[in-house]
Design a protein around this ligand. Structure first.
Ligand code: ZN
Length: 478
């Protein structure tokens, strides 16, 4: 039992096939639950569905033979969840164990979350004058008896023992301070002024992360700037990229907007203009590629890659928006392979008059050798492209999407064919926007946002055709 550490908590240790949280898998898990009722120990080997390298077998003593007969993670997932749920998750270098366990749950489409405490950091705070805070060093320093190092339950027991020793040696006040220190450091990077977050508004807009030398690190958008920025700093960093952004940030600035769509437009404009270090390159792409179908003389539909940069989406049925020609081609390749389509028709091979190599591999159903009708191939192709189909613009005219901020300020975002033509702060400015000569560009984020907004039937979203001033519904094309 603990005197000063918070309960209920679960002290966790895992063994794995390696150190990569994405690719490597858990081979053993040990959990010590500390609750009002007492201390419970539990552990199990886990079949990782992967080979354990020689070096790790030697280190842990867990062999491939041992895990062969062990349950898969999904078979013990419920048991693990029951032991961890609602408890403080404690581990030595907690990001490691927590990261692996979260990923195992994620493979089962479950999002596991817990409050965390790290005993490496506890040791660093409480025994700052000592050299080294690995479990190895701690065990030696505090003369903790361990039966079998690098087995999950034994390491968890050593961690638990260290905590009880620290309580005895350091007392309530220091333990409380160590815990507090950990939570403060957890959420905010060093050298970062927490007041910056207090200054952020709870309103829609765009925010900017700046680094040490006033370089622009990242631009983001949200319907709630403050909440979104906070989540950057408190969330478990999914990628090393996000971790880096947070660690380097020294200043945050923002621009308020009236709503989500205008935040999106401003964000995409600013990213293109200012090119922040960490915004993905993808966003700067101004030309996208899509797939369209061409009908040949014999009635067969052939997928063709086309470049689109402006207002194209009503003219022809299109499938997918890809950032490069290569990505579009890869999509065709995988659709072709997965749906037994003909390599010749899909343009993966030159038409030679003979069977395509897919037919030889028993993938193609034989359109190329006259064993399949054009109509049969067409049906299969359309079916497999189905989920990629871009929505057809559902209005006869451009529309105005009206955003209103908390103070009642309205803004008209003029949209046509999934492209934003411009912004009007007053109704009489709408015609100016419509008369502009510039060609609006297609933008993948805007397209996605508009599809969600227009088809959501959300009563708060006001959409009006811009050629009338009445409040009637826009002219939906049936
Ligand atoms: Zn073929």
């Amino acid at each position: 039992m603990f005197k000063h550490f918070p309960t209920p908590c679960a002290i966790v240790d895992i063994e794995t096939t390696g150190g990569n949280v994405t690719y490597d898998r858990i081979t053993e898990i040990g959990i010590i639950e500390v609750t009002e009722e007492g201390v419970k120990e539990w552990s199990t080997l886990i079949n990782p569905r992967a080979h354990i390298p020689e070096g790790i077998q030697l280190l842990t003593g867990i062999t491939n033979e041992m895990v062969m007969a062990a349950p898969y993670f999904e078979q013990v997932a419920k048991e693990i969840l029951l032991r961890l749920q609602g408890k403080l998750f404690v581990a030595h270098n907690v990001r490691f164990d927590y990261g692996f366990i979260r990923n195992e749950f994620a493979r089962l489409a479950y999002s596991f979350k817990s409050k965390l405490m790290c005993t490496v950091r506890l040791s660093r705070f409480l025994y700052a004058d000592r050299d080294g805070h690995s479990l190895e060093k701690i065990i030696a320093r505090h003369q903790i008896y361990v039966t079998h190092r690098h087995r999950a339950l034994d390491d968890a027991k050593a961690t638990y023992k260290f905590m009880t020793i620290a309580e005895e040696e350091k007392g309530e006040e220091l333990i409380k301070a160590a815990i507090q220190h950990q939570y403060r450091k957890e959420s905010m990077p060093a050298n970062f002024d927490a007041h910056l977050i207090d200054a952020l508004p709870n309103s829609p807009g765009v925010y900017y992360f700046w680094g040490e030398n006033k370089e622009l690190l990242y631009i983001g958008k949200s319907i709630n700037i403050r909440k979104r920025v906070l989540s950057h700093f408190t969330a478990d960093h999914k990628s090393s990229r996000e971790m880096k952004i947070c660690q380097q940030t020294r200043n945050i600035t923002f621009d308020k907007t009236t709503g989500e769509l205008s935040a999106l437009i401003l964000e995409s404009r600013k990213v293109k203009e200012l090119q922040p270090i960490y915004n993905r390159k993808l966003r700067r792409v101004s030309t996208f590629y899509s797939i369209q179908l061409e009908e040949a003389a014999d009635g067969i539909l052939k997928p063709k890659i086309c470049a689109i940069s402006e207002m194209p989406l009503t003219k022809q049925k299109l499938y997918g928006l890809f950032a490069s020609e290569k990505k579009a081609k890869q999509a065709i390749q995988s659709i072709c392979g997965e749906n037994n389509l003909c390599y010749h028709v899909c343009g993966l091979e030159k038409h030679t008059g003979r069977a395509c190599s897919g037919y030889q591999l028993k993938k193609c159903k034989g359109y190329c050798v006259g064993k399949q009708l054009a109509i049969q191939h067409n049906v299969k192709l359309l079916e497999s492209l189905g989920t990629l189909a871009l929505k057809t613009w559902p209005y006869k005219s451009p529309v105005s999407i009206i955003e209103e901020d908390a103070s009642g300020q309205q803004r008209h975002l003029i949209v046509d064919n999934w492209c934003v033509l411009g912004i009007a702060d007053f109704p009489h400015e709408i015609s100016e926007v419509l008369n502009q000569k510039s060609h609006p560009q297609i933008d993948r984020d805007t397209y996605r946002y508009l599809v969600n907004t227009i088809f959501s039937k959300d009563p708060d979203v006001v959409i009006r055709p811009v050629f009338t001033t009445s409040n009637e519904d826009p002219h939906l094309i049936p």
